[in-house]
Design a protein around this ligand. Structure first.
Ligand code: EPZ
Length: 423
């Protein structure tokens, strides 16, 4: 199992390029199941979650051709089975998103329930309710969702009980091939949903309103191929910008989209960073200063993203002053807290472990640490970079799920970081 060895204390300086958005790309691989022709997805990040999705498509009989630039050509018409096995869905929850496309295109799907995960129970009730509203017959059999429809799904009016990214994506994809009009209300508005809807429209779907809380889909009879380029990863981009601020450095992320990161960039300004937006990216310059504490509350887009909460917690742990960090999306997303405390942070948990009161300390000290979630793990890397001394981050397979070439990118910025294999 690989580990990252970090010698802390270097201010990150330099430029890097944002990778394609993981949470868009995995969805587009699922969406390609809707088409009758090959779909090409460009700017796909080289990540473990993508490999898992390719494996899942392969297990259905779908042919996926990958070129050296990570453009993926997906031939859904080679499909042989409509069953997504537990072993693959368990590895990555987003695999569950093949359910809607399989059902809409082929009238049947058997997909394993994803089960719980490290950051909380994460039910899929909204996915199932939405599909049932479109006329799907759903039965649960031995941990699998068995979904069927006679003929085509039927357009419907459906309101989500609360904002869900995956739920919105699932029903949006299914409704593209339904008969008639579907109106979805209380939808999530994340940039990845807009990217997915744009890709679906390029495949021949008729979707409007994506990016607002009401999406209208006029069902079409069939969908064709397209070539779509995935948007830059806003969470990856912001992770490097927060790392720059936490180490007092100056980093430019090329291709990062400021319009996707408004709240985050405002928080970095509040922390004392100089943020410069240019045609080709975003630069954060801390000019060697210690950050000021900034309180955050995570909430659906466009509010502060839960996927950047851990990284911001690390910045606060060495900031001047006291910050409150409140997590409202997931029940168990403070796994990094106890590890950062081991590095010398002063953090108190309240409100049934959903609120962290972070009193900034002058410095963190290197230590062996590990976490069971992608964003928690990368926050420990930032802590190690900002800390005095050596940090060893274990279980970095979580980081490899969502950060392309993390140590190469950080080395470009001057970090002293090395990947080693533990025995
Ligand atoms: C997506 O997860 C992202 N994953 C997550 O990124 C991200 O943290 C999350 O959205 C919130 O922004 C992908 O896009 C692949 P939700 P998703 O449905 O779709 C509850 C990362 O690190 N809920 O918006 O699963 C759920 O348990 C990952 O890249 C139900 O109760 O998030 C959660 O508490 C981690 N029933 C809340 O809603 C449902 O049917 C929001 O979940 C669906 C969700």
């Amino acid at each position: 199992m690989d580990k990252l060895l970090i010698k802390g204390g270097t201010q990150l300086r330099g430029e890097l390029r944002a990778s394609g958005a993981k949470n868009s790309a995995v969805l587009m691989l699922a969406a390609s199941l809707l088409a009758n022709e090959p779909v090409t997805i460009e700017n796909v990040p080289h990540l473990r979650d993508i490999t898992t999705m390719i494996e899942l498509l392969g297990s259905l009989g779908v042919e996926v051709i990958v070129d050296e630039k990570m453009s993926l050509e997906i031939h859904a018409n080679t499909i042989k089975t409509y069953t997504a096995d537990y072993d693959l869905v368990r590895k990555m929850r987003a695999s569950f998103l093949v359910l809607g496309p399989l059902l809409a295109h082929y009238g049947q799907a058997v997909v394993s329930l994803p089960g719980g995960c490290a950051i909380g129970p994460r039910p899929v009730d909204q996915h199932l309710k939405g599909l049932q509203a479109l006329g799907a017959k759903i039965e649960m059999e031995e941990g699998y969702v068995n979904a069927k429809v006679d003929g085509r799904l039927q357009g419907a009016h459906f309101m989500f009980d609360f904002c869900t990214v995956g739920g919105t994506e699932q029903i949006l994809m299914a409704a593209t091939l339904a008969e008639g009009q579907t109106v979805l209300e209380n939808c999530a508005r994340e940039p990845e949903i807009i990217d997915l809807a744009n890709c679906l429209n390029e495949m021949g779907a008729d979707i409007t309103g994506h990016g607002t809380d009401t999406i209208t889909i006029n069902g079409v009879e069939s969908m064709h191929g397209c070539t779509h380029r995935v948007i830059p990863d806003r969470v990856e981009s912001a992770t490097y910008l927060i790392a720059a601020a936490a180490t007092g450095g100056c980093v430019k992320v090329k291709e990062a989209r400021p319009e996707h990161l408004e709240v985050v960039l405002n928080k970095l300004r509040e922390a004392g960073a100089k943020v410069t937006i240019s045609d080709d990216g975003i630069e954060v310059d801390m000019e060697g200063r210690r950050p000021k504490a900034v309180s955050i509350v995570t909430a659906p887009y466009p509010s502060f993203p839960t996927d950047l909460q851990a990284q911001m917690m690390v910045l606060n742990s060495i900031a001047e002053g006291t910050a409150t960090v409140k997590e409202t999306i997931f029940e168990n997303r403070f796994m990094h807290v106890h590890e950062i405390i081991r590095m010398g942070a002063n953090i108190r948990l309240e409100g049934n472990n959903t609120i962290a009161i972070v009193e900034g300390v002058e410095e963190l000290k290197g230590a062996p640490v590990m976490a069971n979630d992608l964003r928690a793990s990368v926050s420990l890397v930032i802590a190690g970079l900002a800390a005095k001394g050596d940090t060893v981050v274990d279980r970095i397979y979580h980081i490899d799920r969502g950060y392309e070439q993390v140590e190469e990118k950080l080395r470009l910025l001057g970090a002293d970081i090395e990947r080693v294999q533990s025995r």
